[in-house]
Structures are given as structure tokens and as C-alpha cells.
Design a protein around this ligand. Structure first.
Ligand SMILES: C[S@@+](CC[C@H](N)C(=O)[O-])C[C@H]1O[C@@H](n2cnc3c(N)ncnc32)[C@H](O)[C@@H]1O
Length: 347
């Protein structure tokens, strides 16, 4: 796909080392981590039914290098999409071989295969300049957002909070990849509690590899360079965040332990028991239970409800008169890592 886009954008035949040139040019931007096609495919296969007749927007994506654009353009007919829109932030020079650092953005529109070869050809992809730099918060990008049904991308992590709040404000469906730390942001945690966001099914542990620009220091831990000179880095704690439903999230966690007072100590300053491993949640406990953040990888909204998050203070309420100066995620005088407070809905 990238070759088609390269031609569509540049209007010239790409050279073999295109990928490297693009990554080098992209290096002047911030937050450059390119999601691998295989990771996109593994997640997106769970949502196929949601895409029929829908307009998809990838709004943090240089279409020349984005595997999100690649995925949707190549699966346009299979998913029965209505339209694919992609916007690119800065550096979207129509001359791909220019090393200039263009400040302008552009957007692409693809309405599906016209010549029957089931492949997105350059002349089937509409390429349009943007007036500004393609910032997802700009008016022209918000106008494109309004046309979309589902937003799918890997947004800049430094703007994750703002990015999600814009999607929610515009009532959009989304599948986005980010860092699990974002769960503990108050605004995002509230969305988890209200069942307006949840984790996707394909990544529950380990790390994932992302493409990085040429300037990325190879000495950094977890980096590698492939035979074509492309650089990659492995990133821990990555998760998909979505508000589109999928089958697996309605499967109950199988519990086998029964509650025993001695085995489940209470928090020192919060009315709940502590459970260190999700699998050890007692199946017969009706009250509040503090579980690790990784519980959310197995969370079924049919089985449990989320009450709050505990760190130093309540994630949702911050310090209050009653809790100021205390440490809420604390058991027998020892602070422990963040806990999600849940209750079993089925008891
Ligand atoms: C983590 S990278 C992901 C790129 C691409 N979505 C992918 O997964 O391969 C985030 C992208 O957002 C772009 N970006 C940074 N700030 C932006 C903004 N304010 N508006 C839109 N895009 C932005 C960056 O240039 C970068 O390409």
C-alpha cells in the first residue's frame, strides 16, 4: 500500500529505499512510533462486524508510512467500508524525497476500489492539502472527525488525555493504541468506571515492537535494525483502548477461591480487601475488592463493576478531608501498587 500512497502523494515512482527516507524525514516530528501491521491485524479482527458502511478516520497518520492506512485501504472491500480518511501532521511534503520540514498537513480520502483490481491504486486516492499543520485539535481536522464513525490510530502519547477527551466529546467510536499508564489518569479512569472505554483483546502482557525514525539511538534498550536499515524498538505496557464491543469481553473470569479473612487483608484506610493476583479474587465475596491494574485485561462488565482506583488517594476523588495525609493503597502499613476497586455484580 505505501507504494500506492507514495505515488498518489508524490506523483512519482518510489525508490527502493523509500521507507528509510520517509522515516528520516519523519524524524523531525515528535512521538514517532509506527505501529506494526501484524499488531493492527491481530486487534482489528475482533471488530469486523462494526465496520460495515462506516467512515474510518486515522487522524495521526502519515499515510505514506502508516500501517493503519495500509490496513484499511487494503481491507476496504472486505470490511465493506464507506470511506477512509487519513490526516497527516506536519512534514507531509508532496515531494517525498525532500528533506524539508514542511509545517503543513494533508489529508487523504479513499472511497474504495474503482477499477476492480481490489487494490488501492494511486489514482483512486484523493490527496488534499490542509490549511494548517494537521493537528487533530484544529478546526479542519475536527470537521473531518465529525464525518467519521470510527477513529483508529496510535495517537501521540504525550497528548493521549486530550486525544481521548476529544473523541468522547464528539461521541465517536474508536480503537486506539496507547500505554497502560493512561488508565490511571483521572479522566480516563472515570471512562473505565462508566463503561465508556475498555481494553482491547489482543494485548494483555509483554511488549510490542514499533518502527522508529532513523535518528533514534540504536543503543537504546530493546532496539534492533532490520536488513533494510529500518529501526525498531520494543515498548512495554502497550494496550488497545476502545469503546467498540467484542465477544471476549463478555466472558466471565473463572474464579475458584473462597473468601477467608486471614488470606485477604483489608486496606488500612479504605473499606475493601486486597487481592494481589486477579486469579485469586474470591468468588463469594460481596464487598469491595482491590485488584491490580492488570485485572482490566480480564474485566467483564457483566461480572464486575468498577468502583474506584486507589493510589495515594482515590483516583476519582483525589484527596478529601478524610483521606488527606493517608496512603490509600496501603496494607498492614506497607504501600502497594495501584489498585482497581471492584465489586462482583453476580452475588
Ligand atoms: C505514536 S505516532 C503513531 C503514528 C502512526 N499512527 C502509527 O501508528 O504508525 C503518533 C503520530 O502522531 C503525530 N502527531 C503528533 N502530534 C500530533 C497532533 N497534534 N495532531 C496530529 N498528529 C500528531 C506524530 O507526528 C506521529 O506520527
Amino acid at each position: 500500500m505505501t507504494a500506492s500512497v507514495q505515488k498518489a502523494v508524490a506523483g512519482k515512482t518510489p525508490l527502493g529505499s523509500m521507507n528509510r527516507s520517509l522515516r528520516a524525514a519523519a524524524g523531525s516530528k515528535q512521538d514517532e512510533f509506527y505501529t506494526q501491521l501484524s499488531d493492527i491485524e491481530k486487534e482489528l479482527r475482533h471488530y469486523t462486524k462494526h465496520f460495515k458502511n462506516k467512515t474510518v478516520l486515522c487522524n495521526c497518520d502519515d499515510p505514506k508510512v502508516s500501517n493503519f492506512f495500509h490496513y484499511f485501504a487494503h481491507n476496504f472491500e472486505k470490511l465493506k467500508l464507506k470511506r477512509l480518511i487519513t490526516t497527516c501532521y506536519k512534514n507531509c511534503d508532496s515531494d517525498l524525497f525532500s528533506k524539508s520540514t514542511s509545517e503543513s498537513g494533508l489529508h487523504l480520502q479513499y472511497n474504495g476500489d474503482k477499477n476492480g483490481n481490489r487494490v488501492p491504486n494511486p489514482d483512486e486516492i484523493g490527496v488534499y492539502p490542509l490549511n494548517g499543520d494537521g493537528d487533530f485539535r484544529s478546526k479542519e481536522c475536527i470537521d473531518l472527525l465529525k464525518q467519521a464513525d470510527i477513529v483508529v490510530t496510535n495517537p501521540p502519547f504525550s497528548l493521549f488525555r486530550e486525544y481521548v477527551s476529544q473523541l468522547v466529546a464528539h461521541k465517536k467510536n474508536f480503537i486506539i493504541i496507547g500505554n497502560q499508564n493512561a488508565i490511571t489518569y483521572k479522566e480516563i479512569f472515570r471512562l473505565f468506571k462508566e463503561n465508556r472505554i475498555w481494553l482491547g483483546p489482543s494485548i494483555h502482557s509483554g511488549d510490542r515492537e514499533f518502527g522508529v525514525p532513523d535518528h533514534y539511538p540504536l543503543k537504546a534498550a530493546g532496539t534492533r535494525i532490520d536488513a533494510n536499515g529500518n529501526k525498531y524498538i520494543r515498548v512495554k505496557g502497550v494496550r488497545w483502548f476502545t469503546n467498540l464491543d467484542y465477544k471476549e469481553r463478555h466472558e466471565d473470569l473463572i474464579l475458584y477461591k473462597t473468601y477467608r479473612k486471614e488470606e485477604y487483608p483489608r486496606f488500612d484506610h479504605y473499606d475493601a480487601i486486597n487481592v494481589n493476583k486477579t486469579k485469586d479474587i474470591p468468588m463469594d465475596y460481596r464487598g469491595a475488592i482491590g485488584v491490580p491494574l492488570t485485572f482490566l485485561d480480564k474485566f467483564s462488565p457483566d461480572q464486575f463493576e468498577i468502583i474506584d482506583g486507589l493510589n495515594r488517594y482515590s483516583i476519582l476523588n483525589g484527596p478529601t478531608e478524610k483521606t488527606r495525609g493517608k496512603y490509600l493503597a496501603q496494607v498492614n502499613g506497607a504501600p502497594i501498587y495501584i489498585r482497581v476497586v471492584i465489586k462482583n455484580k453476580k452475588l
